[in-house]
Design a protein around this ligand. Structure first.
Ligand SMILES: Nc1ncnc2c1ncn2[C@@H]1O[C@H](COP(=O)(O)OP(=O)(O)OP(=O)(O)O)[C@@H](O)[C@H]1O
Ligand SMILES: [Mg+2]
Length: 486
């Protein structure tokens, strides 16, 4: 039995890839498993995750006939996953149900569906650097603009919040505006000014007079409530906020005692304005005026929205795009997800078996929301503080159900049974990336494009790939369960 010989020869202090290469058993390259579950080799062969004498790698090696690893490996991996799911489902949790008091004492470290706290934030180092490197200009009194894009639930708000919190200790005041549902430039300009006003504290009497004088032509009333200033604005008057925007910012910064090194103005979910030529022209004019007139205004504008919305804006006026430094948030790397689970569960002194970690990383697919949802499910599934692979798998199934009822319910409702069957069969074959020849239903590709569930693949050998990772994960879990039921 060749593989037994192989196993006997394995030097566990060596890298697994090195082992196979040494033995000339197969050609392993970067594209190993590309197209399969969207994986790259870092998850499967990273020493910290799998290179250990644990049960998963053992069963892999015990079963590996490993001459053509690509194909064999996929089949093997699928079988292992299916068997483990089957076990996890059949020996249903024998956890005792917590009593109310215990539940109240247990605090989950996870943030499912809400922006994560600065303490539990992981990864995104590149993006953070890209945003931070403009602050030195701000500290010199200059204005800068950054556009952050990312697909739904990719972590835009969490990152922006992290930056705002991080910069506080450097003397930066951060104003956060959610532009969700707003398509009016006047209103946005007003919201920004109001947000800044809200950051001013306890104006003394002379300052109060100054503020009232300044705003009296622009608002219906200015009130002072405790340490705060409250503006009431009439719809018609709010036009002036758009027109005198720079002047307003400058006055607030220079004259009203804003004792800060710089201002970070975040406009999240710019999406509602993404078809507005008025917005593009207003913004461009504002940015150009500040630049050309050398106005001293230490303001960092950080805008966020979906990639296609940014694209829309640049389509309306190409030079709009050139105002901004730019970054797009993609899925987290497997190492970032690893760090996330280790630190979140570590904080609660919970132990994670290696293969449990493997499953959690594999089924998170670098999608931050899934990662949080999964962490939350596993946390409550595991009362004794030790996470084994069956607990992880039950957490995966539960998290997929939560996604289906909360995040992707609408999408699932509009898919036909045939569409669902196509997705499941693609995924049963491990296809995160695929070609048109894999699909026999002609209308499928077009309608899935329209629903933003698939996109054109950037990988050469494939035409398409999944775009909505949450939908992918959901169907993956469904597909495995379907195979078990057969
Ligand atoms: N870097 C991160 N570390 C840990 N968790 C994260 C991180 N980024 C995002 N998350 C989690 O992912 C989920 C989605 O995050 P967030 O709301 O920030 O995304 P978004 O891109 O702003 O979503 P939307 O498109 O709905 O505006 C949340 O549960 C959040 O806690
Ligand atoms: Mg958001």
């Amino acid at each position: 039995m060749e593989y037994k010989k192989m196993l006997a020869e394995i030097d566990f202090s060596k890298d697994l890839i090195g082992f196979f290469e040494d033995k000339n058993l197969c050609i392993i390259n970067e594209s190993l498993l590309d197209g399969t579950f969207g994986l790259s080799r870092d998850i499967l062969f990273d020493k910290r995750i799998l290179f250990n004498n644990d049960s998963l790698i053992d069963s892999f090696l015990l079963n590996a006939k490993a001459y053509n690893l690509n194909n064999e490996f996929f089949i093997l991996l699928s079988n292992i996953i299916r068997n483990d799911f089957q076990e996890a489902i059949s020996n249903k949790s024998n956890n005792e149900i917590l009593d109310f008091e215990e539940t109240l004492e247990k605090e989950s470290p996870f943030y499912s569906g809400i922006p994560v706290s600065k303490e539990m934030f992981v990864g995104r180092k590149d993006s953070i650097h890209k945003i931070l490197r403009n602050f030195p200009h701000i500290f010199k009194g200059q204005t800068r603009h950054f556009f952050l894009t990312g697909d739904r639930r990719m972590g835009k708000t969490s990152l922006i919040d992290f930056i705002g919190e991080y910069m506080k200790s450097y003397g930066v005041v951060s104003v956060y505006i959610s532009n969700k549902g707003n398509d009016s430039v006047e209103f946005l300009a007003y919201e920004i000014v109001e947000g800044l006003i809200d950051e001013l504290t306890l104006p003394d009497e002379s300052l109060k007079t100054k503020i009232v004088d300044f705003f009296q032509d622009h608002v219906e009333s200015v009130e002072f409530k405790g340490t705060k200033i409250k503006l009431t604005v009439d719809k018609n008057l709010s036009v002036s906020f758009k027109e005198d925007f720079i002047n307003h910012l400058k006055s607030i910064y220079d004259e009203f005692g804003m004792d800060k090194k710089g201002i970070l103005i975040v406009v999240d979910d710019i999406n509602g304005l993404s078809n507005s030529e008025e917005f593009v022209h207003w913004y461009k004019r504002m940015a150009d005026t500040i630049q050309v007139s050398h106005i001293n205004l230490p303001v960092y504008f950080l805008l966020a929205g979906y990639p296609e919305k940014f694209y829309n804006l640049t389509r309306l006026d190409e030079s709009f795009g050139s105002i901004f430094a730019y970054d797009n948030l993609d899925r987290l790397s497997n190492m970032e997800v690893l760090e996330f689970f280790e630190s979140s569960f570590g904080e609660k002194s919970m132990l994670i078996d290696k293969d449990a970690l493997f499953y959690m990383i594999l089924f998170s697919q670098g999608q931050p929301l899934m990662m949080q949802e999964l962490g939350e499910s596993v946390f409550w599934e595991c009362p004794n503080g030790h996470i084994d692979k069956y607990i992880a798998i039950r957490g995966i199934i539960n998290a997929a159900n939560v996604l289906a009822s909360r995040q992707i319910k609408y999408t699932l409702n509009i898919l036909s049974e045939d569409d669902k069957a196509i997705f499941k069969s693609l995924i049963s074959d491990g296809k995160f990336f695929f070609n048109s020849s894999d699909i026999c239903d002609e209308g499928f590709l077009e309608s899935m494009f329209d629903l933003s569930l698939i996109e054109v693949s950037k990988k050469e050998d494939y035409d398409f790939c999944f775009k909505n990772t949450l939908v992918f994960i959901y169907f993956w879990v469904e597909a495995i369960q379907g195979l078990i039921e057969k």
